[in-house]
Design a protein around this ligand. Sequence first.
Ligand code: ZN
Length: 622
Amino acid sequence: MKLKLSYLLLLLISISSITISQTKKRDEIDAKYKWNLEDLYSSVDEWQKDLKLIENRIPEITEFKGQLAEDSENLLTTLENMYSIYKNYSKLSSYSTRLKDQDLGNSNSYSLAQQASSLGTKLSEATSYFNPEILDMDRTTMDKFYKEEPKLLDYKIILDDIQRLKEHTLTANEEKIIATFGMIASNQYDVYGIFTNAEMPRKSIILANGEEVKLTSSGFVKYRATENRKDRELVFKNFFENYGEFEKTIGANLAGHVKGDYVRAKNKKYKTALEAALNANNIPTSVYKNLITQINNSLPTLHRMLKLKKQMLGYDTLFYYDLYTPMVETANIHFSVDEGQKIILQALQPLGNEYTTVLQKAFDERWIDYYPTEGKRSGAYSTGSEYDQHPYILMNWTDDYNSVSTFAHELGHTMHSYLSNKNQPYQTSQYPIFVAEIASTTNENLLNNYMVEHAKTDKEKLFILGSYLEMMRGTLFRQTSFAEFEWDIHKKIEAGEPLNGEIMSNIYYDIVKRYYGNDEGVTVVPEYVKYEWAYIPHFYYNYYVYQYATSIVYATAFFEKIIENGDVAVQKYFNIIKGGGSNYPIELIKKAGVNPLSAEPFELAMKRMNDVMDKMEAIIKK
Ligand SMILES: [Zn+2]
């Protein structure tokens, strides 16, 4: 039994989002703009007392170790103790992490966070026997237990979820052998990281203004949208060709990783690595296949966007190196925190009073730490495991539109957690990662829609509409092209065919040319782009990126339904927002009114993109 890492995805997304200069000191900020951690503990002393208390309770977890299957009461007592300890631990760990994040340079907070983390390790060691023992239990005993002790039904989804993996569990000895191979499982990812971050020789180029630029990953991110078009071409060409020089090495390494995925899957009696990866969250592979098919069917909408971009940039031909250049110049619009709060309350009004009342509560009761301060962690996140209290949000507010939309995004996570905590027992309050980005992205859609309707000038309107399209290109289409590549290279290995860097480059180049309409003259994709796969670390994450794409599609579909059908759609949508982990992710989404196996959510997302483009074209025509 491990803590669910629902927030991994959120962190991955938010880390890259903001860089700011952290100037002000913490005590220079008005208290109402800082989070109030006293809702968790009144003092560090209280925290220390709780730490001891939790530590002393660890034997309660292991009391019936080896005897869970003997008696339904043993099992129930263990479950109740385990979850009550974890509930307490989540609160404890939140406090020390928030303290640490508000001032990374504070060694006292660091030591608290370390104490919490080592307690966490002890807890997972203590609970490690639990899952294997449940897996060993047969279904008849389990059914008998439910009859004997109906309270166990409150934990049924959790027990079922463990037992679901029965057919993929081997004998104890076999599992042991597989586990020893786990030691080398992350090797290719480590090699890739060390090579591309440290040892790979990087090219330098001279920009038109005479500036010399070293094309590391961060140099590429910094200069890929540089204004001078010749410079952009130089940046892209040299950056990707640099990877091309190591095509064989990086290719052999990635092929090794893919083989590892397949061997592990096969040993666990899965047909493919895709099936194994998705089964962890009980997602059928048809969800993945549907994503690829539907997005390929939707390419005409991406092509329309790229043609519009070409027109707005005033180019005869759009090149792949123009993609990061925003289609609309940044509108100089500024928002204070107070203005941002007001806008968000208005923009999220379609979700109803129950929703906005909690938002107001979050603002009034200081759940949020707004401003960048000396030593504060960068980026933005929302927590959610403080079951009896409330989630917290870390922001680095810089008065721009991005601050408002990041805030709406994080509030989506906060509301999802808060309402799940209020409506679910603790054990099913944490939501699965597959649904984690739906509430956040639905909020972003609502905000974007509101901002367009209330924009003061056409320039502002175009900017907001344009940034929406750029987001859809980067998150929906680009991530799906990655998902398609990842699937294709796995299929090669699974069919017993050869796989190396050159083959990967060809597969990748075909996908990118198709997505960006190279053959239809929509975007010219120069040949050096075929090496781009070697720059993407996500291919070592074992079928992870597709969730960025599915989340945004489902969220856009929910947005369309909420705007179209009002409260009826909102109440259905709340099945996710209040549902926590009470059901498997696909079931939660279906209950909320969207079928991930159908074309509908994709058609709704394309409808939205086309609506946005209609609006932009109408403004341009004026
Ligand atoms: Zn997020």
